[in-house]
Design a protein around this ligand. Structure first.
Ligand SMILES: [Zn+2]
Length: 572
């Protein structure tokens, strides 16, 4: 790293900003910011792009852009970039002379470049960028999951490949995963962790050291991973699904089997978030709430299932015989269910294909679930912003709750059984809640363990917004059955570990959470409130938002004083 890169990096560090934060603010991808700091100029498509990015980044950091560009011009180049030659339209003798001079300079620079290159014998050949194509460098993790499903045996053999780029500013010695299935005994069996080369060469690869304790898996890397470095890990494991409790909620309903379906959610080792300056965010399992927090990642999944079994997963689906292939980009999770008894129905909602999978006894409710999901998706797109995927699936599962995954939701069978038809229905209200999680947690992520109110209060209130927009005659019923009849109490901004039973958790975080959002809306007025929601969705997209972000964005739209509300709802 030379003086230029150091200046940028130092200035950023002084402000305490991560690359991700800068990306969010100035819309330059992290890998380009890192390339500027490392002076890896070969990663850019053109001189213009480098100068433009340098100028923007310098301004944002409070540096003088002219000085930075001067510094850039003075810096000796480690890599020769292909200079772009301006093509003169007509040549006067004078401009002809200029062209000749320019050409000779280019030739000389080219020869010097060759000379420099020939001295760097040990370094690998550098890719020659062309101005027309910028290779979209991978910035987020990619999971490639290969699953062999034994439906009768209720077990899975899985090969998980993770492609990972160190986008942090720190040198990493280990990767840390959350292994949700391991909160129970005899469910998860890790067979090996190796470095994968991805080249297909069948060489013996040494196993890596790891420590699996509870739901935490720490994989020790054989060599330190510097910022910007990439690696591929391969984890081989099997899952022996436990029997699901029909009364189970949250985690109890996301992974297990019943007599007519398998629910496979939160099932593979998933990287925990990395926090600049603090390291990996290793959180513990808890039976109440959602003990999982992930950054967005790309997922490619192939599930080989016996014939006669229907698989319902997240994202774009391609089925070839018994192979069910799914791809979903920038998603927080991939989950699926499987059943030999599912019926299904589909319906378009704008650009989204919505599908519902249900058991024969609940067919009318299954069709109503489809209609409600389609309506809720359209409503939230209007209110908050675009849904990022082209599919959404709802699958009936034998548990007592609802659980959101990217582009997918598990919905407990009792809700179908109790569904009276129409929209004045707990099933419809819960489904609207789950659908809105695609916006709140799916796109605008949050720490579901430490600040669960951020997504749960928003999802609960969003269910009310769905009724307000589509079925206003049931708004009063909604407040009465979802909130008021419980006379909810409790401080809303507490971590899941503060709650020992579901009722207390729901009352504080969901129900009082919805009251809090409703009170904020009353204070702000509708115009500012809905502008805030759209801004929060757009600004917080694909990141993990905090309460601080929530209020910072809120204050962009209103100067109203909400301190008494904070006292009322957040007060200790
Ligand atoms: Zn929820």
């Amino acid at each position: 790293m030379g003086r230029l890169g150091e200046t940028l990096r130092e200035a950023r560090k002084q402000k305490g900003w991560s690359l991700a934060q800068v990306e969010g603010a100035i819309r330059i991808r992290q890998q380009y910011l890192a390339a500027l700091e490392k002076e890896h100029f070969q990663e850019f498509a053109s001189e213009g792009q480098i100068r433009g990015f340098l100028r923007t980044y310098a301004l944002y950091l409070g540096l003088d852009p002219e000085e930075i560009l001067e510094c850039y011009d003075e810096e000796p180049r480690k890599v020769s970039r292909r200079p772009s030659i301006p093509r003169p339209r007509s040549l006067s003798p004078w401009s002809m002379m200029n062209v000749l001079i320019l050409v000779s300079i280019i030739v000389i620079v080219g020869i010097m470049g060759l000379y420099v290159a020939s001295r760097q014998v040990a370094s690998p050949p550098l890719p020659t960028p062309t101005p027309t194509e910028v290779p979209p460098a991978r910035t987020i993790p990619r999971y490639v999951l290969q699953v062999s499903l034994d439906y009768e045996g209720r077990s899975l053999e899985v090969s998980e490949r993770l492609d990972f780029v160190n986008l942090t500013d720190d040198t990493l010695e280990e990767l840390v995963f959350n292994v949700f299935p391991n909160h129970k005994e005899d469910v998860f069996l890790l067979k090996s962790v190796t470095l994968g080369e991805g080249g297909g060469e069948e060489e013996e690869v040494p196993e890596l050291e790891y420590a699996l304790s509870g739901t935490g898996l720490r994989v020790h890397l054989p060599t330190s991973l510097e910022p910007g470095d990439e690696l591929t890990l391969v984890l081989e494991f099997s899952l022996d699904l436990p029997r699901m409790s029909p009364y189970g909620q949250w985690g109890d309903g996301t992974l297990g089997y019943s007599d007519r379906a398998l629910a496979v959610g939160n099932w593979y080792p998933a990287l925990v978030p990395y926090r600049e300056g603090q390291g990996w965010y290793a959180f513990a399992y808890h039976a109440i709430g959602d003990p999982y927090v992930t950054e967005v990642a790309d997922h490619e999944v192939e599930i080989v299932a016996p014939s006669g079994v229907t698989v319902v997963g997240s994202g774009d689906e391609e089925r070839i015989g018994n192979r069910w292939r799914y791809t979903i980009s920038e998603a927080r999770s991939f989950a699926f269910t499987a059943s030999d008894q599912y019926l299904s129905a589909s319906e378009p909602a704008g650009h989204i294909t919505v599908s519902s999978y249900y058991f024969a006894a609940h067919e009318p409710a299954g069709v109503d679930a489809l209609m409600a999901a389609a309506e809720a998706l359209t409503t939230f797109e209007e209110l908050f912003g675009p849904y990022p995927y082209s599919t959404y699936r709802v699958a009936e599962v034998d548990f007592a709750g609802g659980m959101e995954f990217s582009a997918l939701c598990f919905l407990g069978d009792d809700w179908y059984g109790d569904h009276p038809g129409g929209y004045r229905s707990g099933m419809v209200s819960l489904l609207a809640h789950e659908v809105s999680h695609q916006w709140w947690y799916g796109v605008v992520g949050n720490d579901q363990v430490g600040e669960p109110w951020l997504d749960e209060a928003m999802a609960t209130y969003s269910s009310m917004l769905y009724y307000e927009r589509r079925h206003p005659e049931f708004v009063e019923w909604w407040w009465e059955t979802e909130v008021n009849k419980y006379r909810p109490l409790g401080q809303i901004d507490r971590p899941i570990y503060a709650f020992m039973d579901g009722r207390t958790y729901l009352n504080a975080v969901y129900r009082r959470g919805a009251l809090f959002i409703s009170d904020i809306r009353d204070r702000m007025g509708d115009e500012a409130f809905f502008a805030f929601l759209r801004d929060y969705y757009e600004s917080g997209g694909k990141q993990l938002s905090t309460a601080e972000d929530f209020f910072a964005i809120l204050y962009r739209h209103s100067e109203v004083d909400i301190s008494s509300l904070l006292e009322e709802y957040f007060g200790a």
